[in-house]
Design a protein around this ligand. Structure first.
Ligand code: GLY
Ligand code: MN
Ligand code: MN
Length: 515
């Protein structure tokens, strides 16, 4: 069992060498309570024993500042050269003062834990320093007083200076490409070399080494990260339960989405990604929510919360709008649940994730053969990629600060050195192929979809056409798309479902809707 965040009852005396008074440089003793006062840090969220026991619980609790100092220290042990990481700026929505909500760059958040706009973390032989914009007195009118550098320093356990004190970066400083174009421009100016937005394709050699060090850290989650993800999963489960309970025929998809969002926002969290709430489950990442729920529809809901420190949950449930699965919906649902169980059964340290994917595919093919939608031996069906006809995506991906964790670095995090994406239809969308380690968090999210483009594109004289019983498939016309997605922590002896509080079983889903 991986330990959760320890209980911290008081802000603690702190002699971290990183913490110095921002203006005097003198040693600073960390006696002030945090701005988010730490009186109790989240305890483990034990798996629920009663279906539907998914109350939202407490306001999000932050990770202790020691956690970030330890991460910065671990990074220094893996990467000894100087580093600069930008937090980014809020992007304008339609004019500069009406902007998108600010969300800091994930690598910055990992090491600092606060959504500070226009800030940069520098780590070099002098230790770690955070550079922040000097508050503009004129802003007080609109945004109220901002914490001083000293207050921030005390809160973060980190030396804080104003940006104008950043005299320059030493030669050979590494960075990671940001998602924010303004941050990329800022880094380009500071480093005197081009830094472009996102992606691992054109990483400078130094930056690639830093990326590899950061990936090694972020792949295996520490207690602070797990505490955050447990909170995100708990609120996400409560949000889905609210969506399940409020679903009625005649509503729009947006109304169900609003019920989930209310729980997430009311719990002090944000959405980790664009929510998917759709009766068109065959559109894998459907963004529109103007559809009206029909009594015989299945509703696919893929919504996850993000904590204020940026840690994500990613959960999908699919439920019948009327509260009862039809016989065909129930059969297809149970097939996906069987595929998920088969994948979960093999999740443990040392197992290659491509084999988890294969376990889910084999199980789904077995079910579809039992349902007489497909015919042929398992080997024949695998050989003609029959599974990709109904389940064209991967069984899951890394989860952490990003919902597809560290995909800003392309496949560098998801694929172990020496491994690369296989381009056949059964594996091309698999985002992860590493050997699992205790402390990793992954999603397990098989599905079954009837996607017209795929079904219409079958070569009539090929093996897929012979394997598919279209007449039998027509009986499943009330199943457009089903996905069941949970967040899974790899533990030393197996795994733990972080999203276990939310029922998955069809009967439990129906019971929750009836209650
Ligand atoms: N929510 C996006 C995904 O499941 O990967
Ligand atoms: Mn996912
Ligand atoms: Mn998802």
């Amino acid at each position: 069992m991986v330990q959760d965040v320890p209980v911290v009852r008081h802000a603690q005396a702190h002699a971290d060498p990183e913490v110095r008074n921002a203006q005097t440089g003198s040693s600073h003793v960390f006696t002030m309570p945090s701005l988010w006062q730490i009186v109790e840090v989240n305890s483990p969220n034990p798996p629920s024993t009663s279906p539907g026991d998914v109350s939202p619980g407490r306001w999000p609790l932050p990770s202790p500042s020691e956690c970030f100092a330890a991460r910065r220290q671990r990074l220094r042990e893996r990467f000894a050269r100087p580093v600069v990481l930008a937090s980014g700026w809020a992007r304008a929505r339609n004019f500069p003062h009406n902007h998108q909500p600010f969300r800091a760059e994930s690598h910055f958040l990992y090491l600092v834990g606060r959504q500070l706009e226009g800030a940069a973390l520098v780590i070099d032989s002098g230790g770690a320093r955070l550079y922040v914009p000097q508050p503009d007195p004129a802003d007080r009118l609109w945004h109220g007083p901002q914490p001083s550098a000293n207050e921030l320093s005390a809160e973060l356990g980190l030396e804080v200076r104003f940006m104008e004190d950043l005299a320059g970066l030493v030669a050979g400083t590494a960075t990671l490409p940001p998602q924010d174009p303004r941050a990329a421009e800022w880094l380009t100016r500071q480093l005197g070399r081009p830094v472009s937005v996102g992606g691992a394709a054109a990483l400078h050699a130094l930056d690639r080494e830093l990326a590899e060090a950061m990936i090694a850290l972020r792949l295996v989650h520490d207690a602070g990260a797990l505490g955050q993800m447990r909170q995100a999963a708990r609120v996400t489960a409560a949000a889905h339960a609210a969506g399940l309970r409020c679903t009625r025929a005649g509503q729009r998809e947006a109304e169900v989405c609003a019920a989930l969002r209310a729980v997430i926002a009311g719990s002090g969290m944000d959405l980790a990604y664009q929510p998917i709430v759709t009766v068109k489950g065959e559109v894998l990442h459907a963004q529109r929510q103007d559809g009206v729920l029909g009594a015989n529809d299945l509703l696919l809901v893929d919504v996850g919360a993000e904590t204020p420190e940026g840690w994500a949950a990613d959960v999908t449930r699919t439920w019948p709008v009327c509260g009862r699965f039809s016989a065909t919906q129930r059969d297809a649902y149970d097939a996906v649940l069987t595929a998920q169980a088969a994948a979960l059964a093999v999740v443990r340290p040392g197992v290659r994730f491509a084999d988890v994917h294969l376990a889910s595919q084999r199980a789904l093919l077995g079910c579809l053969t039992d349902l007489k939608i497909l015919r042929g031996s398992l080997d024949e069906l695998l050989a003609c990629h029959a599974v990709a006809l109904f389940y064209p995506h991967g069984v899951g991906h890394l989860l952490g600060l990003d919902v597809h964790d560290m995909e800003d670095l392309g496949d560098l995090a998801g694929y172990a050195p020496g491994r690369q994406r296989q381009l056949d239809p059964s594996r091309r969308h698999l985002r992860l192929d590493r050997d699992l380690e205790a402390g990793m968090v992954v999603t397990i999210e098989p599905g079954f979809y009837q996607i017209p483009d795929l079904l219409d594109g079958i070569d009539p004289s090929g093996p897929l056409s012979r394997a598919l019983d279209r007449q039998r498939l027509a009986a499943f016309r009330d199943v457009r798309g089903i996905r069941i997605e949970d967040d899974v922590l790899v533990t030393p002896d197996g795994h733990e479902l972080l999203s276990a509080a939310l029922p998955r079983d069809a009967a439990a889903i129906e019971a929750l809707m009836a209650g």
